[in-house]
Design a protein around this ligand. Sequence first.
Ligand SMILES: Nc1nc2c(ncn2[C@@H]2O[C@H](COP(=O)(O)OP(=O)(O)OP(=O)(O)O)[C@@H](O)[C@H]2O)c(=O)[nH]1
Ligand SMILES: [Mg+2]
Ligand SMILES: [Zn+2]
Length: 279
Amino acid sequence: MYILDVLAVGDYVSVSMEKDGTGVIEEVLTRTNYLSRKAPKLKGGSYRGERFEQIIAANISQVIVVFSAVSPSFNNRSLDRFLVAAESSQIRPMIVINKMDLLFPDERKIFDEIRDVYTELNYSVFLTSAVTKEGIDELREKLKKECSFVWGHSGVGKSSLFNVLYPGLNFQTGEISNYSDKGVHTTVTVSLHDVSQNTQIIDSPGIREIDPYGITKEDLCHYFREFESYLGKCRFTRCTHTHEPDCAIRDAVEQGEISPDRYESYTNIYNTVEEDLFF
Ligand SMILES: Nc1nc2c(ncn2[C@@H]2O[C@H](COP(=O)(O)OP(=O)(O)OP(=O)(O)O)[C@@H](O)[C@H]2O)c(=O)[nH]1
Ligand SMILES: [Mg+2]
Ligand SMILES: [Zn+2]
């Protein structure tokens, strides 16, 4: 049996002390929650069809999903994947769209609309800039007395945001000179920091695409908040909400009650969930 992660950032452990003062971890205490992903396949081989769960961080009270408005450009399909990953781990996500300073004034309204769509779904959304400090005070308020895990693609400004939120952290950030739209990985490890009393933040390296562990096709609809009130109202009890007649979800999309864009994210993720790998 493979054990990929005995310990993760955020774990609580019990420790005993040896005579020479060395601490020995005796036990990892039960996790209240954790974020995980499918472990990457081993180089040169596969896990014979099995994929293993890799814990990214544990005992988190919220996930801050960070995107940039531009450089790299915002992608709502990808945002929905992050939200699904957080929802499936039962960890509250918040959304940050950073680098607002790089937009032309007439481009801002697109992001005001995006903010409205997700605010309507009860997600907190912050439009920020690490340069002008737009949105920073409001975001800091939401981090108080929480253990927040920051998640997103490389180069969106996760570490830069922490540096302006909590001056003194001095996280390494990417240099504009060697930064491209592809993103260079500046942060390379997950690390937890006490920034004030009862307030912790966890910085993490940018990820290319989220590959959540343990999501089934059947459960996916529960991770789209706006679907909830329609579930159980389709003609077929095992409706997949992708093609069946008299589907309450698809009807709601047609009636304009569910955003077609969000529904497209659902079908998109649905088609990529590798059902057979989760048993
Ligand atoms: N104009 C502008 N540039 C920003 C902003 N935030 C970050 N940057 C720049 O974007 C680049 C990447 O910033 P980082 O903070 O290193 O990004 P990251 O998300 O931590 O990246 P990884 O550690 O690789 O995951 C750097 O050149 C920053 O100076 C912002 O709000 N506005
Ligand atoms: Mg970073
Ligand atoms: Zn349905």
